[in-house]
Design a protein around this ligand. Structure first.
Ligand code: SAM
Ligand code: SF4
Length: 349
């Protein structure tokens, strides 16, 4: 068994492909360290030691959606809602630039208050600062994605959350898996760099489903993958469920790096919240991106997808820019100074 696992690890390290059965074997194994070390070598070989910093600005916590796991879901009446105005967003974008970062990520719930025209206007103004722009504001129409692209948006993050249709349906009432896939296809077609990803540890999720998730990322040739543990959130239908397992998250990150060697992949905030030294563990398992929160302090605690995101929450996660820079240097990694686009060097066979 040990020999077989070792064989699989060295095979995927060289070939960057693996069957579903073999993925499940590795996800099920106790060889997390070995898998992460192989992923770390592949990360170094394909994308080097640079860690790209993306300044996250959480523009609104209003959301019309129903995702069972998320504290921003429309039926959660217990949180105070906010949305940033244009000036506030631009002020944060400038602060991001001043901190030496080259990308801003505008993320929010699906807040129908924002008109696409206004968002395009904000995108254009941020482009004037010579920053790359990533959007993460959920499912839109083809035309809306096209307009935002034309305004200057470069990248888009939309996690599939789970590729298992039944699980998707269970946790997303009145939402459509097919529409989510349609969005990802549109974004690719329009020339965005496309990021997707999944939650790890959703109730009822199996290793089989997670292996399928990784194969889906490869199949659509995603440019970025963000994954983190599911963290139970008060006042949501899953509040009493068990959260995702850190060891499994690390194996998922590592295997994704091994199968998609040249993508950009963050050590996510959720991993930072859930694990001791979560960012470091992510960086050692194949991640090459961190997304420091560059939003306004008054809003950070209101963007409560899950508990533990801010220090008011008793959090140990250091997601302020200065600490993250120190962490990268202490790891002998390099802080990115360019825009950090995906460098396509691996041709998906
Ligand atoms: N509304 C947009 C969307 O859903 O694509 C962007 C914002 S949404 C809050 C960003 C991500 O947060 C989701 O894709 C989901 O995976 C993650 N998330 C939400 N609730 C979570 C939880 N309880 N634990 C871990 N991650 C969570
Ligand atoms: Fe809304 Fe995104 Fe949360 Fe779903 S995950 S409820 S779409 S903010």
């Amino acid at each position: 068994n040990h020999d077989h696992i070792k064989y699989l690890i060295s095979y995927v390290e060289n070939e960057h492909t693996l069957s579903k059965e073999d993925l499940i074997t590795l996800l099920n194994s106790e060889y997390t360290d070995e898998i992460c070390k192989a992923a770390d070598r592949v990360r170094k070989k394909f994308v080097g030691d640079v860690v790209h910093l993306r300044g996250l600005i959480e523009i609104s916590n209003y959301c019309c959606r129903t995702c069972y796991y998320c504290g921003l879901r429309v039926y959660n009446k217990s949180i105070k809602r906010y949305r940033m105005n244009e000036n506030e967003i631009l002020q944060c974008a400038k602060a991001t630039k001043d901190a030496g970062l080259k990308t801003v990520v505008l993320q929010g719930g699906e807040d129908k208050y924002f008109k696409i025209k206004d968002l395009c206007n904000i995108v254009e103004k941020i482009k004037d600062l010579d920053l790359s722009i990533t959007l993460s504001i959920g499912e839109l129409t083809t035309k809306e994605y096209a307009d935002l692209k034309k305004a200057g948006a470069d990248r888009y993050l939309l996690r599939i959350e789970t590729t298992n249709r039944d699980l998707y349906k269970k946790f997303h009432p009145n939402m459509s898996f097919d529409n989510r896939v349609r969005c990802l296809m549109d974004l690719k077609e329009l020339g965005y760099e496309v990021g997707t990803g999944c939650l790890i540890g959703l109730p009822g999720q199996t290793l089989d489903m997670l292996a399928e998730d990784i194969l889906f990322f490869k199949e659509i040739d995603a440019d970025m993958i963000g994954m983190g543990p599911f963290i139970p959130t008060p006042n949501t239908p899953l509040e009493n469920k068990k959260g995702g397992n850190v060891d499994l998250v690390l194996k998922m990150i590592a295997l994704t790096r091994l199968l998609l060697p040249d993508i950009n992949m963050p050590a996510t905030t959720a991993l930072g919240v859930k694990a001791e030294n979560g960012y470091l563990q992510g960086l050692r398992a194949g991640a090459n991106v961190i997304m420091p929160n560059m939003g306004l302090n008054e809003y950070k605690k209101l963007y409560a997808l899950y508990p533990g995101k801010t220090s008011d929450d008793g959090s140990k996660v250091v997601n302020d820019i200065e600490n993250i820079k120190k962490l990268i240097i202490s790891e002998n990694r390099i802080i990115g100074h360019d825009k950090g686009d995906r460098k396509k060097i691996w041709k998906n066979p």
